[in-house]
Design a protein around this ligand. Structure first.
Ligand code: EPZ
Length: 420
């Protein structure tokens, strides 16, 4: 059954929201655990459907998976490296991290092509190039990647693009390879550092995470360990935008302020007042006097592509013309069509969008086309006149745990119902 959420706009938000564990770290950490020879305990796991999908895949691999609230214990001791062809692979793009992990552990993996949000073409050529550089052969047979290596040997790999997924996947394949692997032009996102922290606790030998050159010296075996996931900087950034748009005084708690510098500086540029106090950010919201501002998405530590969509909604309330340049996913603008249905005035042009504000938004029926489009529509619904119904809400549940409850506790009026 599909679900929709209905949000009645115009209610001011106040109070504290606690940010959950980072989705884009979690979906890499869980596959990484199969590299260990014993149980791995992960704390701070967010309640999102991507975690459930990965749990299904690990159980297919005969791993023991136990989830107690936000603590996940995975025991890969009796791993069986079967071909991964179930529809669980299709539910999320990050299932591809099992390629690197199973190649690294078993020197063989067979897996159907991954699924995930449609943001334009999402090739995995850089992942494959990395696996081949380590000595694997990669074939695409009946919709599956068949990847195997007699021996995995360290290599120097240059990434044409600082891909988050490729950086992590190559690391997972290299941690037990013979000799030294150097990844040049590596991605520097905080989630990569979190995965390296887990692998290091498991006994891996990795240096340079967070810089554009990561050095991995292969080790014989990796053991179990405990790990706590970093807070989700994209969920945190989304709530900063929600608070700026619909809040009076909202405290966003459990953040690492350094991870949010690009979005907090943009919000200040627009005129939103904020205070950083330890691991919390206090936002004094309101739409008066917001100033049109330009955004250009970049790899970390630049402005995150995942926050371009929610921030675009806020830009519809700023006086003047704002320009959004999307350098990571040039087609990541489906939210603009839905926002225009609510009264926004956004023109799309190639990998750019021009937002002419400020325009009042009116509640209507809209569709979440992807995870962060759904977030952008939640921001819009909270400030629109009347009730907005958001369909395909499963996209939102993939990356925002308990978003209804979190918003209701801040004073939002939200209901969720099933539809045929
Ligand atoms: C990760 O996706 C995130 N997903 C994305 O978040 C995020 O938007 C993206 O990084 C950029 O920050 C997860 O971590 C699960 P990339 P990923 O590889 O790894 C091109 C969300 O909303 N590319 O850095 O897939 C690719 O086409 C999601 O939480 C290749 O050309 O991103 C894209 O243009 C959406 N070949 C660019 O690089 C490859 O082999 C960025 O991709 C790989 C990528």
């Amino acid at each position: 059954m599909a679900e929709v959420i209905a949000i009645e706009g115009g209610h001011k938000l106040n109070g504290t929201v606690v940010v959950s564990g980072a989705k884009n770290a979690t979906v890499a950490l869980i596959p990484a655990t199969v590299l260990a020879d014993g149980p791995v305990t992960i704390y701070g796991v967010p309640e999102i459907s991507d975690v459930d999908a990965l749990g299904v895949l690990l159980k297919e691999l005969n791993c023991n998976v136990a989830l107690e609230e936000d603590t996940l214990i995975i025991d890969p001791t009796h791993l069986e490296n079967i071909s991964l062809v179930s529809e669980a692979v299709d539910k999320l793009r990050a299932s591809y991290y099992l390629m690197g992990a199973l190649l690294g552990k078993c020197k063989k993996v067979t897996m159907r092509a991954p699924g995930g949000c449609f943001l334009g073409p999402r090739p995995i050529d850089l992942h494959i190039k990395g696996f081949e550089a380590l000595g694997a052969t990669v074939e695409f047979v009946n919709g599956c990647h068949v990847i195997e290596a007699k021996e995995l040997k360290g290599a120097t790999i240059y990434l044409d693009f600082a891909s988050v997924g490729a950086t992590i996947n190559i690391m997972l394949a290299a941690v037990k390879a013979t000799g030294r692997t150097i990844i040049e032009n590596a991605a520097k996102e905080p989630e990569i550092i979190d995965v390296v922290n887990l692998l290091t606790k498991m006994g891996a030998n990795i240096r340079g995470a967070g810089t554009d050159t990561i050095t991995i010296d292969g080790v014989e075996s990796l053991h179990g360990c405990d790990h706590e996931i970093i807070p989700d900087r994209i969920e945190a950034g989304t709530f900063l935008v929600i608070a700026a748009a619909a809040g009076e005084k909202v405290i966003v708690q459990n953040v690492i302020p350094q991870h949010l510098e690009a979005v907090t500086s943009k919000l200040r540029e627009m005129g939103t007042k904020m205070e950083i106090v330890g691991d919390s950010i206090i936002v004094y919201g309101g739409l008066d006097n917001l100033v049109a501002t330009d955004i250009r998405t970049q790899i970390y530590p630049g402005f995150a592509t995942d926050l371009q969509q929610p921030l675009t909604t806020l830009l519809t309330q700023a006086s003047g013309c704002s320009q959004v340049v999307e350098t990571i996913y040039p087609e990541r603008f489906k939210h603009c069509d839905e926002l225009n249905k609510m009264g926004a005035n956004i023109e799309k042009c190639d990998s750019m969008a021009y937002i002419h504000g400020s325009t009042p938004l009116t509640g209507t029926s809209v569709q979440a086309t992807d995870l962060r489009c759904g977030a952008a529509l939640v921001v819009a619904a909270l400030i629109a006149n009347g009730v907005t119904e958001i369909g395909n809400v499963y996209h939102i549940d993939r990356g925002y745990s308990n978003i209804d409850q979190k918003l209701i506790s801040l004073g939002a009026r939200i209901t969720r119902r099933e539809i045929d």
